[in-house]
Write a protein that binds this ligand. Structure first.
Ligand code: AMP
Ligand code: MG
Length: 496
């Protein structure tokens, strides 16, 4: 008899649920999905399927579509929603939780390099209400699902730690936002979904045992080698500090603004999570605010590094029953130097410099000021700079004030001459460092508009292009140019 169970149901574990089911404190709830009506697979990510050890064909299987549309009949699944709290826009928001996401289980994936197996959370976003939905419907609209699906894969391909996305399903189920839209789901895949807010939740409820249980779970799952170590909780917090600093350095270097850096949207592994009203810089503008709802610019591009530290402080507060203030402060003090070191290294590499030297700080800062004053497109500049040489200074044309650029270019040439590298070699390395393609809002918008008309070709084209953003894609050459004027009129808010 053929096994009728859906592909992912074959091998899923439930270590999160199993770890907490006998505890008094509620860490998660068992949930049931509300299936979507007449679902359609918009896009499936076969390269991620292969990485997860799944048959890529199986992602297009009708059984998979049924599962991803929230119909779990016949599948032996025990989906859960996690509880967490958080600070939203700097204010304590109390209990939040997975209001429209459910973890189907954890998929063990064998890593041939380490010889070990790692668990990946398989989560479905948009499959209906949970005990944490509060006043909302547990659904996700097609437009925001397309943005999450494309951006998480784009970020991964840029080398940034992030959740991933296995497939995207739309349906005829109506969702009511500012207008009626189609309900969709994204299958989100992550090393885990533990957030800063997962710890804050129990700290503010005065449940130190539950804070400890959450930390123990995180350690057992992600760092079993620390399980017996006295310093295991300090190691965990140090790790979160370091990885958050590295993640945000990476965001700054590619020009990514997250938009809603609330503590419930911060992963303890330093993975970029919860893609909402994010945006990539077009022109270099440190004051860039991508979230239309963020009137005061708390989460503006330039504020992200300091918000990262603010959020880590909130996490530190919630770990006070596990760690001394001294240990927490010592760890927090490493944030800024770690951020700066990684940011400098990334920017140095973008400029084609092999190693950072002290004078490079000035070179980088001068360049950024110049780009801001001249309203130069951030990604386009660095991509064109890859071809910069004494014979090719076409990147100069991006600046209104050419003399100012020439002054900077003199410094840059002097600096390049200090290292032993041919223009050709430098160019080849820089082309692998500075992406030709980023997910600009207008590109996502183009894919959304077509998808809303039932044409999913642009979603799939963008997925392909953004999965290799450093390569040439002749059929998507138009997406490597300056954004069109209408791009400025796009407004993205938290509504999703
Ligand atoms: P976000 O700002 O998208 O990270 O969401 C903040 C909180 O609101 C989280 O607890 C989400 O699960 C919840 N939430 C957002 N949208 C919905 C929705 N449509 N239905 C239920 N809960 C939602
Ligand atoms: Mg969130």
């Amino acid at each position: 008899m053929t096994d009728k169970r859906a592909p992912l149901a074959w091998d899923l574990q439930n270590t999160f649920f199993d770890s907490f089911k006998d505890q008094d404190d509620l860490h998660c709830s068992l949930v049931a999905p509300s299936p979507l009506h007449n679902p359609l697979m918009v896009s499936s990510n076969s390269s991620l399927a292969v990485e997860l050890g799944l048959n890529p064909e199986s992602v297009n299987d009708p059984e998979m579509l049924r599962l991803m549309a929230g119909d779990f009949s016949g599948a032996q699944l025990q989906p859960i929603a996690l509880v967490y709290s958080g600070h939203q826009f700097g204010v304590w928001a109390g209990q939040l939780g997975d209001g429209r996401a459910m973890t189907l289980g954890e998929l063990p994936v064998h890593n041939s390099n380490s010889g070990k197996s790692q668990l990946w959370d398989i989560q479905l976003k948009g499959a209906g209400a949970t005990p944490y939905s509060r006043f909302a419907d547990g659904r996700a609209v097609l437009r925001s699902s397309i943005r999450e699906y494309l951006c998480s894969e784009a970020m991964h391909s840029l080398g940034i730690a992030t959740t991933r996305a296995l497939c995207l399903v739309t349906s005829e189920t109506p969702v009511y936002r500012e207008e009626v839209e189609s309900a969709a789901t994204v299958c989100r895949v992550a090393r885990s979904h533990i957030r800063f807010g997962s710890f804050e939740h129990f700290h503010y409820r005065n449940q130190p045992e539950a804070v400890k249980a959450m930390a123990d779970y995180a350690i057992n799952r992600h760092f079993p080698e620390w399980a017996e170590e006295e310093l295991r909780y300090a190691n965990l917090f140090n790790h979160t500090v370091t990885e958050t600093a590295k993640m945000i350095a990476h965001w700054q270097s590619v020009g990514f603004a997250h938009g809603v850096m609330n503590t419930d949207n911060m992963s303890i592994l330093g993975d970029t999570i919860d893609y909402g009203p994010f945006g990539f810089l077009d022109v270099y503008n440190p004051d860039f605010i991508c979230n239309h709802s963020d009137a005061n610019g708390r989460y503006s591009f330039k504020n992200q590094p300091s918000v990262g530290l603010w959020n880590l402080n909130a996490l530190a507060t919630s770990l006070m029953t596990l760690l001394s203030s001294e240990t927490l402060v010592t760890a927090l003090k490493t944030y800024e130097p770690t951020f700066l070191e990684h940011y400098r290294d990334l920017m140095t590499a973008k400029l084609g410099l092999v190693q950072y030297t002290d004078s490079d700080e000035n070179l980088i800062n001068q360049l950024l000021t110049l780009m801001e004053e001249n309203q130069v497109d951030y990604s386009l500049f660095f991509r064109q700079l890859c071809l910069f040489s004494s014979d090719n200074q076409s990147v100069r044309d991006l600046f209104v004030d050419r003399d100012a650029f020439d002054d900077w270019a003199k410094l840059y040439v002097q600096r390049l001459n200090q290292q032993q590298m041919s223009d050709n070699n430098r160019s080849a390395t820089m082309l692998k460092t500075n992406p030709k393609y980023i997910l600009r809002n207008y590109m996502a918008q183009a894919a959304i508009e077509k998808a809303e008309q039932g044409d999913y070709s642009e979603v799939n084209l963008l997925l392909e292009v953004l999965q290799s953003p450093f390569e040439e894609h002749p059929k998507a050459e138009h997406y490597a140019r300056l954004p069109p004027d209408w791009a400025e009129t796009i407004s993205v808010s938290c509504s999703s």
